[in-house]
Write a protein that binds this ligand. Structure first.
Ligand SMILES: [Zn+2]
Length: 105
């Protein structure tokens, strides 16, 4: 049983579906670097500019890309945790502390 991870108690819920290690970052990425442990939640991208996105309701964004079975901007179908690699906008990645990552990766 996981009783304490990322400062969460056993009653808290981790908010990511996939956990991995950053292998590449885009030139505009500020929040992550290669080697960081990261979690990815329900979506990997959205327009990040509509009323829904600006209200933290990206799941209602007409251009959101879901982590699993979504149509990505390049036309490919996302495969979520079945993927060997995943591309996610930094807005939808969550830092996982190293101590926690060692328990779940
Ligand atoms: Zn949007």
């Amino acid at each position: 049983m996981l009783t304490k991870c990322c400062s969460l108690s056993e009653n808290d819920v981790c908010r990511h579906e996939i956990a991995g290690v950053v292998t590449e970052v885009g030139s505009d990425v500020k929040g992550f670097k290669v080697g960081d442990h990261v979690g990815v939640g329900t979506y990997v991208n959205s327009c990040r500019d509509c009323e829904n996105c600006n209200s933290s309701l990206e799941n209602h964004c007409p251009r959101s890309v879901f982590t699993f079975n979504g149509i990505d901007t390049d036309g490919t179908v996302t495969k979520g945790g079945y993927s060997t690699h995943i591309v996610v906008h930094e807005r939808y990645g969550s830092t996982i502390l190293t101590d926690c990552a060692n328990k779940i990766l």
